[in-house]
Design a protein around this ligand. Structure first.
Ligand code: FAD
Ligand code: NAP
Ligand code: SF4
Length: 669
């Protein structure tokens, strides 16, 4: 008997039967654009071997005007079809199933040739779309149906028609963008004509057997978005037009509500899929912030959905399903929803990967094969750099001893997980703890390693991390460091935070909360961000707007650079951190010189004007420098340790770089 009988039970979608109810949702990785189809095929084949029931590819453009960016991948030529066949063949050989997503970006297409229902610019694009005429609409439908036919020719099991997230089809649905007065605009029946016609023509193009997934927006999270009645009406019409299954989309890309970031509660939107399910006669798939087999199983058990879509969790661990099915759920590398190596990379034009699993999208070039010559390896420091190196090296067959002077593994991740909205770091530390045990690493906690401890090893890895930078502010001995604060030191009501990097933002977040994190309480979180009910407010934005819980403290977050604090934060998550602190009334100041800390408060100069911030507590978050004392001592003795993570370079260090560097070193030890 499996632990997850609901997730792991088969399901039939139209004429296709899947062995389980896990769906790998669509993700743009950038792999297709490399032109290395062997690499694309291995990415998907690895996940097929890992047992996922069905995969959906990254979005493929049906035509150049619908591509998310110029040159976006699609099936335009016979060569494209042959390339995609490499992928489908490898997936099928591995026992998997795969559908191709057809993504027409409409006004989100990054280029002057973008098209939409009306010439209404999106707030997140510089381009005004061209309003399509009748012939232009027909061309888009034909191109989408042609893409579907080519997908079948390329060997896909079906397609997913992307109808959510504010893309082309979604744009026709709402008055916000669709201001037409012809047969494609006005009444909802007209506005929904395009998606329904697209589904009917795609079904006709593919024939009755192929899988047709329609991704429907259940809550737009934009002003004047769809109402719940409209969503249900569309779902039923799409079913009648030939969809085999409905997948869930949450929020347009331009929405100012986070929908997948780590501070979003797990399964925060599954209740909407549950509400749709009885309204239709085809299976429904739920999505967003579901990252464990326990949660996925419980959603299906509760009747909230027929299947569960998880996208990023399959970057973090391609073997998610097989581990869940074989009693090894604790070994599933958890997606912490950080976006740092996936979406942040994609939106910076870089190849996607995963903070937790640097092998994601590097399946062929970063290999952890068994070593022919096991060595005795010492790793000092059980932060993410040392942990990743230790478990990967031990997994390859080396004999690894891991030292840490602390009583637990995790290094700075143990501070990160104190921050409200960063609870996923608990799971990451737990996973590393499990993997240290399962890979047979010898763990020596509460032990400050010295050169003598390391004399007998064949290789020594120094991953001793960082220490806080000394900002040398007169009177700073009365200030607290971020380490004190996150370890629970008492902090006054009026606070100045010195340094507005990732840690300054996190410390401000920590200090602006009282009690439990709203991330653990979906109702409170939805209230704070102004998420209402699409049944009572179109688009699902609460009529009273965001209702953040008041901060127990007055906080000033400061930096020396004369620019907006928070510019260096994550590409796709920085706005969330800034908005969260703004909602809490945190005052953010750039261009600050720190003159002194006295009993009156923090003395600063800004624009040549001196001022005293009357605060009870000053917290130092002024960056960090490498902790290299052990590495230096070994080098002085003529040893040649490998130095990784913060001990190597502290500037712009994060867990992504630490894990990547640790894993890559382990691959060559
Ligand atoms: P560390 O994590 O500092 O680990 C070093 C370890 O070495 C420590 O456990 C220490 O006890 C041990 N050690 C040192 N000397 C010795 C010795 N002589 N003997 C034995 N043990 C020794 N990064 C992200 O990517 N995303 C985030 O969201 C994020 N949030 C953060 C939030 C906070 C509040 C903080 C503080 C950090 C955050 N980071 C985040 C940064 C990330 O945690 C660090 O970049 C990462 O932990 C550095 O990894 P490391 O292994 O190099 O060092
Ligand atoms: P950081 O991002 O480098 O920020 C350091 C801050 O200190 C900056 O605001 C800097 O701005 C200020 N500073 C630097 N030298 C100073 C000095 N001598 N005196 C006073 N202020 C000084 O470093 P961090 O906040 O310590 O974070 C460390 C790493 O952890 C970061 O690289 C980050 O990637 C990672 N992290 C990531 C996240 C995340 O959510 N992804 C969260 C937390 C941490 P000025 O020089 O302008 O004053
Ligand atoms: Fe998840 Fe972060 Fe990995 Fe993206 S980078 S898949 S969000 S853990």
């Amino acid at each position: 008997m499996t632990e997850f009988p609901n997730l792991l039970s088969p399901i039939t979608l139209g004429s296709v039967t899947l062995p389980n109810r896990g769906l790998m949702g669509s993700m743009h990785t950038g792999l297709e654009e490399t032109g290395d189809w062997n690499r694309v095929a291995e990415f998907y084949a690895a996940r097929a071997r890992g047992g996922v029931g069905l995969m959906v590819t990254g979005g493929m453009a049906p035509n150049p005007e619908g591509g998310v960016f110029p040159g976006a991948a699609g099936l335009f030529t016979p060569a494209d079809i042959a390339n995609h066949r490499v992928v489908t063949t490898r997936v099928h050989d591995a026992g998997g199933r795969i559908a191709m997503q057809i993504l027409h970006a409409g006004r989100y297409a990054y280029g002057k040739g973008c098209v939409s229902a009306s010439a209404v610019k999106s707030p997140i694009s510089p381009f005004v779309p061209q309003a399509l005429d009748e012939a232009g609409i027909e061309k888009q439908i034909v191109d989408i149906a042609t893409a579907a036919a080519r997908a079948i020719e390329a060997g896909y099991d079906g397609v997913e028609v992307m109808g959510s997230e504010g893309y082309f089809l979604n744009q026709f649905l709402v008055r916000h963008v669709n201001q037409r007065t012809d047969g494609w605009g006005g009444a909802y029946e007209n506005r929904m004509r395009l998606p329904v016609e697209v589904v009917a023509r795609v079904r006709a193009a593919m024939g009755p057997e192929a899988l047709l997934i329609y991704r429907i927006s259940l809550i737009d999270l934009i002003p004047d978005g769809s109402t719940w009645d409209e969503v249900v009406h569309l779902a039923q019409a799409v079913q009648a037009a030939g969809a085999s299954v409905l997948n869930t989309g949450i929020g347009w890309h331009e929405a100012r509500v986070p929908t997948i970031a780590t501070s979003v509660p797990r399964a925060a939107f599954a209740h909407l899929t549950a509400r749709l399910r009885p309204e239709v006669g085809i299976p429904v798939i739920t999505s967003n912030r579901i990252n464990t087999p326990e949660l996925a199983d419980s959603i299906i058990a509760a009747g909230q959905a027929d299947m569960v879509s998880m996208a990023r969790p399959f970057l973090a661990d391609p073997d998610f399903v097989i581990k869940a099915a074989t009693g090894r759920a604790a070994e599933i590398a958890p997606c912490i929803a950080c976006n740092q190596a996936c979406l942040d990379h994609t939106f910076s034009g870089k190849m996607a990967s995963c903070l937790v699993n640097p092998r994601a999208c590097h399946e062929l070039d970063l290999r952890l094969d068994p070593t022919p010559a096991p060595k005795r390896i010492a790793v000092v420091g059980a932060g993410p750099a040392g942990l990743s190196c230790a478990i990967a090296a031990a997994g390859r067959g080396h004999h690894v001893t891991l030292f840490d002077r602390a009583a637990q593994v995790g290094g700075q991740m143990n501070l990160a997980r104190q921050v409200p909205g960063k609870e996923e770091f608990h799971g990451l530390v737990a996973w590393f703890t499990t993997m240290v045990d399962r890979t047979g690493v010898t763990l020596r906690l509460n032990h400050t390693a010295t050169p003598d401890d390391l004399a007998e090893f064949d290789a020594v890895v120094i991953a001793t991390g960082v220490v806080p930078r000394d900002p040398a502010i007169p009177g700073q001995d009365t200030a607290l460091s971020y380490i004190d604060v996150l370890n629970g030191a008492p902090v006054g009501r009026r606070v100045a935070v010195i340094g507005a990097g990732g840690i300054g933002f996190d410390v401000s977040e920590y200090l602006s909360h009282r009690g439990d994190s709203p991330t653990l309480h979906p109702d409170r979180w939805r209230r704070a961000w102004g998420v209402g009910d699409p049944a009572t407010s179109a688009g699902g934005l609460a009529s009273q707007g965001p209702q953040p819980e008041p901060s127990p403290r007055e906080i000033s977050l400061l930096q020396r650079r004369a620019e907006k604090p928070g510019r260096g934060l994550g590409k796709t998550t920085g706005w969330i951190h800034r908005a969260a602190l703004q909602m809490k009334g945190v005052r953010m100041l750039g261009g600050v010189r720190y003159d002194a800390i006295t009993p009156e408060g923090l003395h600063i100069t800004r624009d040549g004007i001196a001022e005293v911030l009357a605060v009870d507590t000053v917290v130092l978050c002024a960056g960090q420098v490498p902790e290299r004392s052990l590495a230096d001592a070994l080098t002085a003795l003529g040893r040649k340790p490998h130095v990784i993570g913060g001990a190597d370079v502290a500037a712009e260090l994060d867990a992504k770089r630490a894990i990547d560097q640790g894993t890559r070193l382990a691959a060559v030890l």
